[in-house]
Design a protein around this ligand. Sequence first.
Ligand code: SF4
Ligand code: SF4
Length: 493
Amino acid sequence: MDVRSQISILFHLDKCIGCHTCSIACKNLWTDRKGAEYMWWNNVETKPGTGFPHRWENQEDYKGGWVKEGNSIDLKGAGKFRGLKNIFHNPNLPIIDDYYEPWTYKYEDLFNAPEGNDQPVAQPISQITGKAIEIKSGPNWDDDLGGSPLYARKDPNLEKLNAQEQEDLFKVEKLVMMYLPRICNHCLNPSCVASCPSGAIYKRGEDGIVLINQEKCRGWRMCVTGCPYKKVFYNWSTGKSEKCLLCYPRIEAGEIPACMHSCVGRIRYLGVLLYDADKMKDVVHLDEDQLVEAQRDMILDPRDPKVIYEARKNGIHDSVIESAQKSPVFRFVKEWKMGLPLHPEYRTLPMLFYVPPLLPILGKMNLDVYDTSCADYFSTIDKARLPVKYLASLFTAGNEGMVREVLKKMMAVRIYRRSETVGDIQGAEMALKEAGLTRAVAEDIYTLTALATLEDRFVIPPSHREEALAMEGMELVKPGDLGFGFRDRPERM
Ligand code: SF4
Ligand code: SF4
């Protein structure tokens, strides 16, 4: 057992209201600079939709992530030979039109306009050319357009649905949408790191945060191709690549990352997970439908004495182990099996997990009365407006059973709480039993979902940078080098 610690994240999609406050918090803090105007390290997409950059999930075009070839995995679009061949001309990159041309406004027009009967308007100005532009797209251009033929129909996940299911989705009475906030997943098997010819991207040994050394980066942009989530961006002004850094300066000071602290829906949770790095090689080679379960198996119980012993042996500080024991991400992902990774089939082992949304079902009228009967709730999961198959394409590489299990748990908790508070529903016990929950667990899920305080949602481990710095002399683990964690016990332990 090779125990490592990783700061992990969970987004509870049932609570996201699509307000974009998270994106703005991140933008103001990190990418409000020259060359970074078009970057949105945090963005919120409407699904079904094409996302940002346009159709980022289409790996046939963008060639991100890993592919299984026989018994091994290989980078789909980058890698040693392919990368070398394309080093001066990389054909698998999003262009600025796939993102959008960033703009500002000529605000002085508002102040200097001559007096008249009309309200003056500020003209949009390209932040790249400085010239007036006509705005044709933006980072959330398809915001709330769940039924739009222009955007929603081009969602690559819809290809998993048959023609009839797709048509059904676009019937006016069935229109549906959900929000998908995205940041870098700080993956365990990051294809961005493996793609970089300069060794500029690295995964920090002490907490697994993936960073780019700006001094080492040569702007080859293989990481932009390599990341299947398109969460590495190229700064045209500095000639270097940049990405979400999980607000590590804030985390090191015990502060919550800005996107998470500002989240209006309180959908975001952060905590440490301990995992067994020995299992990683086997996991990434498994068939697609086994990936989620296997990734979950890699996560270790931080209360298990054997895990604690091995973690200490690997130089993980007691305070980090204690933090892992309180981690809300552990509860959602491992204990309750409700957190799922986004597109596990890319094989990067993302460490940002999502609780899928419990979407509305299609309402029906019964003798001119809107039917609000509560019988047979579970069958409604398959009648949800957004098919389970679609959610499975997003979160479980097509494993519908796994999505259904999560939705069942969420539904059971709802039935249970309704029976407790309103008392107009029978069968709460049966619902809990069918979902494999006890009253106590349902109560815990409800509390952490609906009533959690800031301290419950964010359990930030002490950073122990002093130990990380003590490792600076060690090969492959110092900040700025390519490294996957502790190889030897840090000297100061
Ligand atoms: S999501 Fe982040 S860590 Fe994962 S491959 Fe992309 S940039 Fe790298
Ligand atoms: S701030 Fe929170 S609720 Fe608002 S869009 Fe972002 S993730 Fe969703």
